[in-house]
Design a protein around this ligand. Structure first.
Ligand SMILES: [Zn+2]
Length: 433
């Protein structure tokens, strides 16, 4: 008997395009400190929102947390937390259970060696076949986490956002420490960046470059001349000299004056992505922190970049929510743009369903990535995967019900957007482990 599309989706292994899991040694070190709050992942921001413009200072932190949770539990982040807790511990995520949840979590952490714990949560519980992990690749430790620190089905992104919004010399100094070189010129700086990429690539399975600069600056990237970038570099690097009549150690230049250097380095990164045929993942849309810039991270700002680097593949993360329709139009027209729903189901399940439904009507389905857990703790993947599966299933059910898809087409689409597209883009299918 044929299974329903819902059943098919619920059992379909996942490609997780974006996560922030800790390396084994860090996890082991931090593990004893993890409590019920780690099940929340990015829901922390919803607590701040729920508390409003003049947050209460009454009672202790635990009491305030317990008072706000009932309001947060209904958001997408809250829903994922509830599902993780039910699935793993058979408990409602509620104040009366918080200490019990911490006990259960700690006993889960101690139940098996860390490698097996990751497998248990990622493979058995979330049914994830591959993970692309972003993070802990700071300029001071570009290869701190080697592949031995993660399961074999993890690959990694290289990221150094500080390069794109430089207003003082700290990122340059960090690169000097990392590479053991002196950076006296714009060319030296480009060489040092490339050296850290090469070292990272030698240490881990490199899947993509990651750009999260939308947290620090807008995604509009200009076309500075080399001269303009050099002038910014000199002002930043040699701040002992008076610049514009002022000498000051910190904040060597303004954001406007530093921008040509940031934009120039962004182009350098894309040239490397082009030469190595590496995908570039870009954070877009709503940030994971309160008070962050929303409009600056609209993926539409990147249109000139998509147009210029036509042979570079851009994975636009988080569905650019709330600009999901715009991203759909972009991905329909630009063959090098791949819309990616990592974290989007958490941010807004209803908006994500609408987005996926629209995208499937506009974009060939081989271009869409339907899942990325985007969390720091492997147990959160359990609820996040479930949330994504519910959304994907509902969208495909509607397509069948409307008469647009046959059940066989819906299954083919599900398998592609949930697994195969990721395997193909990031070239892991030949590296089965
Ligand atoms: Zn993320």
């Amino acid at each position: 008997m044929a299974t329903s599309i819902r059943e098919f989706v619920m059992n379909q292994p996942l490609f997780c395009s974006h996560n922030h899991h800790e390396a084994f040694d860090t996890f082991v070190k931090d593990g004893p400190g993890y409590d019920f709050r780690t099940l929340l992942s990015y829901a922390n921001a919803d607590f701040i929102t729920a508390a409003g413009a003049r947050p209460s200072t009454e009672g202790d932190e635990a009491a305030r947390f317990a008072a706000l949770w009932p309001k947060v539990r209904a958001t997408g982040h809250g829903q994922a937390t509830v599902m993780t807790c039910r699935e793993l511990f058979g408990l409602e995520y509620a104040p009366e259970n918080f200490s019990k949840i911490t006990e259960e979590l700690q006993s889960l952490i101690r139940s098996r060696p860390v490698e097996q714990l990751y497998d248990h949560l990622l493979r058995e519980k979330a049914n994830t076949r591959w993970v692309v992990n972003d993070g802990f690749t700071h300029e001071d430790s570009p290869a701190a986490n080697t592949s031995e620190q993660y399961p074999g089905y993890y690959s990694f992104t290289w990221r150094m956002d500080a390069l794109f919004s430089m207003v003082d010399g700290r990122p340059v100094e960090a690169l000097e420490r990392t590479t053991g070189t002196s950076i006296h010129s714009l060319d030296d700086l480009g060489d040092a960046v490339n050296e850290t990429i090469s070292r990272f690539k030698a240490a881990v399975r490199l899947a993509a470059f990651k750009v999260k600069m939308g947290y620090e600056r807008d995604l509009s990237v200009g076309n500075p001349t080399r001269h303009e970038a050099e002038a910014a570099f000199n002002a930043i690097r040699y701040r002992k000299a008076f610049y514009g009549g002022i000498q000051q150690e910190s904040g060597a230049v303004s954001a406007r004056e530093g921008r040509p250097l940031g934009d120039y380095l962004f182009h350098c990164l894309l040239e490397r992505a082009h030469d190595e045929d590496l995908p570039v993942q870009v954070h877009s849309g709503c940030p994971g922190i309160n008070w962050g810039s929303i409009d600056g991270a609209n993926a539409s700002h990147l249109l000139p970049i998509f147009d210029r680097y036509r042979r570079v593949r851009f994975c636009i993360l988080h569905a650019s929510w709330p600009w999901t329709s715009e991203l759909g139009a972009i991905a329909k027209n630009y063959p090098n743009v791949y819309p990616d729903m990592s974290w989007a189901w958490n941010l807004n399940p209803a908006g994500s369903e609408r987005a996926l439904s629209e995208w499937l009507d506009g974009i060939p389905f081989n271009k869409i990535f339907a899942y990325g857990a985007d969390t720091g703790w492997p147990w959160c993947d359990v609820g996040n995967a479930m949330q994504a599966r519910i959304g994907v299933a509902r969208v495909l059910e509607q397509k069948i019900e409307a008469g647009y898809y046959s059940p066989a087409t819906a299954e083919e689409v599900a398998e592609a957007i949930m697994l195969r597209n990721g395997e193909e883009l990031l070239g892991v299918s030949s590296k089965e482990v």
